[in-house]
Design a protein around this ligand. Sequence first.
Ligand code: AVJ
Length: 369
Amino acid sequence: MSFTDVSPSKPDVLRLDNTSTPTSATQFSAEGRINPVLPLIHLRGDEFGGLQTDTVRGLLNPSKYLLPKYLYDHRGSELFEQITALPEYYLTRCEQEILESSADEILSRAEANFWLVELGAGSGKKTRALLHAMRNRQMTNQALMRYLPIDISEEFLYASSLQLQEEFPAIDMQPICAEFLQGVGYLTMQRNEHYAGTQLLIYFPGSTIGNLTRNEAAEFFLKLRALLRENDVLLLAADMNASPEKPISALHEAYNDAAGVTAAFNLNILHRLNRELAADFPIEAYKHVAYYNAGESRVELFLESTRYHTVSIADYRIEIGLAERIHTEYSHKFNENMIRQMASLANFTSVASWTDAREYFRLYWLCAS
Ligand code: AVJ
C-alpha cells in the first residue's frame, strides 16, 4: 500500500475545509499501514485538475512548454531524489554544508519564541541540521519553538514528518498538507490569534525559487510578505550565478550528468502524460537538452524532438517538428544583488547571508521590514 491511499477523509487527517474531528496519534503497523501518530493538517484543494488543461495550453503555444510542477509525480520525485545525490549536482550538498556549519548561528538570530516553517517536506540532512540547532537552543532556554513543514504531497509529508518526529521527540511538530502560501496564510492566522509573540521563520530550501520566472518570483515574494508581519523572516536558499569562483561548466554539468539521471527526470514527464492523459508521445524520439543562458542567468531545460511527428491528447492533434523544443523547466541562478533587489521590492531586507566554501550557493536571512 502506498501513502497516497491515505485519503483526506480518513480520521487521521484534520481537514479545515469541512467539519472534521481532531486526531489522535498515528503509527505504522507491521504491514506498513498508517495508523493514527502525527496529526496532519490538510488544506489542499484538488491540484491535478489542471494537468490536461495546462498541457494542452502549453503545447498549443507557439513556443511549446510544459509546467515544471508536473515533473514531480511519484517517479519524478524519486528521480529528483537521485539527482540530489549525483556528483555533479552540487546544490544539495552545498546547502547541507552551509547548514551543518552555520545552523546554530543562523537560528541564534531568531527571537526567543519562533516557528520554523519549511516550504517543502523536509527529509534530508539539511532539515536535521536545523532541528539539531533548534534542540540546542531549546536546552538553553525554555522558549516556544515548533517545526511546521508544508507540502502538497501528503505522501512525502507524512513519511518525512514521522521520521523527523521520531528523531526529535522534544520538538513540537505540525505537518501541513497545502500549497505553500495557503499553508503560510493558515499559520499566520494561528499565530496572530493565539501566539502573538511568536516569530515566523519561513525556510524556503533547495533553490526552488529558481523554478519560478522573474515575474512569478516577484509575485511570490509580494504575496508571502503580505501574509507576514514586520520582523518575520524568510530564510531563502538560492543557487549562485556563474562568477569567477563558479565556472559555467559547473552549472552545465549539474544539469547534464554523466549517468543520465537528469535526462530520465526530464523525459519522465512524457511517460506521465502518456499514462495519465492517454497521450502518445514517442518518447524514444526525444532527447534531454539543458544549457546555461547567461543573459537570463538561468539553466533552461527542454525536451527536443529528433523527428517530425504528431501527438494526440484529448481531442487535439499536435504537430511537433524536427528539432522542435518543448520547454520544461527553468533553474534561475542569483547573485547577492539580485536577491537583495527582489527582496527589497517586496519589503524584505537582506540582513545576513551564508555561503559554502566554494561560494556556489547561498542562504539569505531576509527580514520582513
Ligand atoms: C528543484 C528546482 C531546485 O533547479 O536545480 C534539478 C530542479 N531539475 N535538475 C533545480 C532540477 C533538474 C531543481 N529545483
